[in-house]
Design a protein around this ligand. Structure first.
Ligand code: GLN
Length: 476
């Protein structure tokens, strides 16, 4: 059976148990798809020999009758901002060219402990800054549905790797939508877990109070299973919650009638395309027909989301990216002549344009004269948003929104206008500002067959409900 026929790891494991396939056969098929789709530029590096060797070792383990892990047979890609010991990691930036990780991210250790195979490093926007994967120092990623369209960003390589069956699932990171938006643009499922649900140890930081790692998959079942494996407390990351992790994959039936809120103005917001709006209306009608309650609630903060997000994340980025100085890591300018020019030239030559824009914006909003006007006001907006969502969640189980205002746009369409590009994140940044978990699932297609994603947000640490409800949403 072709690997593109598998929507779930359970189906793969069924065939592995029946002797119809092997981990080597699966890995070989994904490697063949990677070669056939090289033009999509989804991978920065493929661990071909290593993945095949590991696959062989896993087949042998099973043949010996040893117990296999929960992720046995799962071939995965890692976004290139997640560290894997003795492997390169670059955050798609020239500044980390040639850098090799000396330890593995906690999530990687947990995947390997459950017998997953890691097939390669997926391309992304530089330092995860972008919404179209046009900001990578190693070239843009193309959407497999139509190569003139963007796949979304910043986890565009991870999304396309899953979309085009170059692996079965991938990890991405989401600071303002970087898992959910590319998932919506590629017809895949993407989860941004509750802030603190998954350890960030070994994730190259962009904005530490927003960043979360999460799964990108074909099915809610697999997203639930991968989350269950990688979530949980971690002595290396004090922001990782010690709350016990539920068996998400065992509770995928949402037995109740849900109370779902739609934030006022989201469905008639400027920039929302007619196709996405029509799809959301169909989705809402279906949810109501299934007996769920869907109500519009007042929400007056839509216009504040993007400004608050960009003030706070650039501030954090300007601090996080200070470590890339030509001394500690990666690239050092060969043109430097003294101490100061090592810093200046290495950073000027090593960082791309968008990253430099953000470092400068972040430095500006934190500077003594502007701190109160920008940074501290944005923090207040963040608090207001959190309070507002907590209030909404007293009466509702979920908030429903489109994931993106439009279907995937043309490559180059928004590169000359950063504000337009930033507006692509209008519906996704909220969950990062408030820390709530949010998932994007494909719910329909436009007249050209392009995918449309719907997004559900839940209360903090209510991933179990979120998975169960989103499974129902995907089917409806
Ligand atoms: N597109 C958003 C940005 O450019 C989100 C990025 C992300 O989630 N990493 O910041």
């Amino acid at each position: 059976m072709s690997v593109s026929a598998y929507r779930t790891l359970a189906a793969i494991q069924h065939d592995l148990n029946a002797g119809k396939t092997s981990v080597v056969a699966l890995t070989t098929a994904y490697l063949d798809n990677i070669k056939a789709n090289a033009h999509l530029n989804a991978f920065l590096e493929v661990f071909e020999d290593e993945a095949l060797q590991r696959a062989k070792a896993l087949d042998e383990k099973k043949a010996r009758g040893e117990a296999t892990g929960k992720l046995f047979g799962l071939v995965m890609a890692l976004k290139d901002n997640i560290c894997y010991k003795n492997h390169k990691v670059s955050a798609s930036s020239k500044i980390l060219e040639g850098f090799t990780s000396i330890f593995s991210a906690t999530v990687v250790e947990r995947l390997l402990a459950e017998d997953a195979v890691i097939i390669g490093r997926a391309n992304c926007d530089e330092f995860a800054m972008g919404s179209s994967n046009e900001n990578s120092a190693y070239g843009k990623v193309l959407n497999a549905f139509d190569n003139t369209l963007v796949p979304g960003g910043s986890s565009g390589g991870s999304a396309v790797a899953v979309q085009a069956f170059m692996c079965h699932a991938a990890l991405g990171s989401d600071t303002g939508g970087s898992i959910r938006q590319p998932a919506a643009f590629t017809g895949t499922v993407g989860l941004k877990p509750t802030y603190g649900r998954i350890s960030r140890w070994g994730l190259i930081a962009y904005a530490s109070s927003f960043d979360q790692i999460g799964p990108m998959t074909h099915s809610v079942e697999d997203a639930a299973l991968i989350t269950e494996v990688i979530a949980g407390k971690d002595s290396h990351d004090s922001t990782a919650s010690s709350k016990p992790v539920e068996a998400y994959s065992a509770q995928l039936v949402y037995g109740k009638k849900a109370r779902i809120a739609v934030l006022d103005n989201t469905l008639n917001s400027e920039g929302l395309s007619a196709e996405v709006q029509a799809q959301m209306e169909r989705t809402i009608a279906q949810l109501k027909a299934d007996g769920h309650t869907v109500e519009t609630v007042a929400f007056n903060y839509l216009d504040y989301l993007i400004p608050a997000y960009y003030v706070l994340t650039t501030a954090e980025a300007s601090s996080n990216l200070a470590r890339f100085d030509g001394v500690h890591y990666g690239y050092r300018s060969p043109n430097a002549t003294d101490m100061e020019s090592v810093y200046k030239k290495s950073r000027t030559e090593g960082f791309g344009r968008e990253v430099k824009n953000r470092i400068m914006l972040g430095t500006f909003v934190l500077s003594a004269g502007y701190y109160d006007a920008y940074y501290s006001r944005a923090q207040k907006v963040r608090r207001l948003l959190r309070d507002e969502l907590s209030k909404i969640f007293e009466d509702f189980d979920f908030i429903l929104m489109p994931t993106t205002p439009t279907v995937p746009f043309k490559i180059g369409a928004k590169t000359s206008n950063p504000v337009e590009m930033y507006l692509a994140d209008i519906f996704t940044v909220l969950a990062n500002l408030t820390g709530n978990p949010a998932i994007s699932v494909p719910v329909g297609k436009d007249a050209n067959g392009l995918p449309i994603g719907a997004q559900l947000l839940a209360k903090h640490f209510c991933e179990a409900e979120l998975f169960a409800m989103s499974k129902a949403l995907m089917k409806s």
